[in-house]
Design a binder for this molecule. Structure first.
Ligand code: FAD
Length: 396
């Protein structure tokens, strides 16, 4: 886009200069001129009474692959031959997208001696597995893996590529977006196909989670999105499913840029929120750090683990390892119990895919009740002891 000023029509009235919120316009030699600070906001166009200012739209030419690319792919992340659950979750979502588009669902499997994983990918729904193996891909190196994935994409041209927003995915996929000159929407919370245009509608929280933005990528391929673990539901594993394995040879040396000497497990408090089937979360409504004793008691009684809202973590009532939400963990347990949590959007994006959500809150208007399967309006310090009493009775 560019701002165009018609010198013949401009009367140097100065109204555009006054209207510009960025002080980017000035009068020079009896005509308005645009300076560096212009943000193309268009305020000057509206302000000009002579119709002397216009915005020139420069049409971006669509990448020629937009017409030829076909298929939905999932990057089959693996570490030492083990795939995280997010791969099966993305295959579940990828299946829906591929069916809507009427195209095959593919998986891009990169590594060394990882061929046995192809059967697992097919069992989770992949119609085709694109396999690229090389000794230089034995350990994860984002540079070498990006070159390999870029090669597969350029050869087989999928229209969509999904990857987990894991530490490996976050490191790899932006590099692939750069190599393929495509776009990338990180941390999507929902994905859908626009039936009119066949474009992928990629929805994610924006502006600190205050709005949900839906992003499209009309001019480049593949359309790329990452999704955090546990946001989507896992595809069903059907061992008898059949699919095709397409083996590709590496076209380059795929030389890694780094050499891993040793690996160490992270230090600090470890809470396996992501793997837990039951999570009991405490929020600011607990009112005091000691309130977490009650949260722990309920979690223990149900064989679960303790989660926390950011407000509770920021108040230093409990460690960050327990935080659920946009800047904490994204989880989808079978049972999620929220105690004194209001249900801010940044919290909801981290837990709303839970199978059953129970909310206990003394405010009947709390937004958490909009996503809750069961809601109890009341003081958590009365409700939780009553629930614990009942559990103890049942457990004898
Ligand atoms: P509050 O909103 O204060 O809610 C407390 C609730 O407890 C209220 O609904 C109240 O009615 C209820 N209550 C009070 N007393 C009782 C009682 N005795 N019994 C029952 N109910 C009671 N938040 C997250 O949780 N996770 C994130 O990852 C996260 N990331 C963020 C990222 C960004 C960029 C931003 C801007 C914010 C983020 N937040 C996150 C913060 C989020 O916006 C909220 O401020 C936070 O979730 C509120 O926590 P809360 O529900 O515990 O507290």
């Amino acid at each position: 886009m560019a701002v165009l000023i018609d010198k013949e029509k401009c009367t140097a009235c100065g109204l555009c200069v006054d209207a510009c919120p960025f002080a980017a316009l000035a009068l020079k030699d009896e005509v308005a001129v645009v300076g560096d600070g212009c943000t193309m906001c268009g305020a000057c166009v509206d302000a000009c009474p002579m119709g002397a200012i216009a915005m020139e739209k420069v049409e971006k030419k669509a990448d020629e692959r937009t017409a030829t690319s076909r298929g939905v792919w999932v990057w089959a992340e693996q570490r030492d031959g083990v795939m995280p659950d997010v791969v099966a979750e993305l295959l579940g979502q990828g299946r829906k997208l591929a069916d809507e588009l009427g195209v095959p669902l593919g998986a891009a499997l990169i590594g060394y001696q990882v061929e046995p994983l192809a059967a697992e990918l097919i069992a989770y729904g992949a119609d085709e597995v694109y396999l690229l193996q090389h000794p230089n891909l034995a350990g994860f190196d984002d540079h070498a893996y990006a070159l390999a994935l870029d090669q597969l994409i350029k050869t087989y041209q999928p229209e969509i590529l999904l990857a987990g927003a894991t530490s490996l995915g976050r490191s790899l996929v932006p590099r692939v977006a750069t190599l393929t000159k495509s776009g990338l929407t990180a941390d999507c919370t929902s994905l859908a196909i626009d039936p009119a245009t066949r474009l992928l509608r990629q929805t994610r929280p924006a502006f600190g989670g205050n709005i949900m933005a839906t992003i499209i990528c009309p001019q480049a391929r593949p359309q790329m999105a990452t999704v955090r673990p546990r946001v989507m539901r896992k595809a069903e594993y059907v061992a008898s499913r059949r699919g095709k394995v397409v083996k590709a040879e590496a076209l380059g040396a795929l030389t890694p840029l780094s050499k891993v000497l040793e690996t160490h497990a992270g230090a600090g408090e470890q809470v396996n929120l992501v793997a837990a089937e039951v999570v009991v979360t405490g929020g600011r409504g607990l009112g005091k750090p000691e309130g977490f004793a009650l949260v722990r008691e309920l979690a223990l009684a149900l064989g679960g683990v303790v989660g926390a809202s950011r407000a509770a973590v920021d108040s230093e009532w409990i460690g960050y390892a327990h935080q659920v939400g946009q800047t904490g963990r994204t989880i989808g347990p079978k049972l999620y119990i929220a105690l004194g949590v209001s249900g801010a959007v940044q919290h909801l994006v981290g837990m709303q895919s839970s199978d059953t959500i129970v909310a206990i809150n003394n405010n009947p208007e709390a937004p958490i009740f909009q996503v809750a399967t069961y809601g109890i309006v009341g003081d958590l310090y009365q409700v939780v002891p009553a629930i614990l009493k009942k559990i103890k009775e049942i457990q004898g």
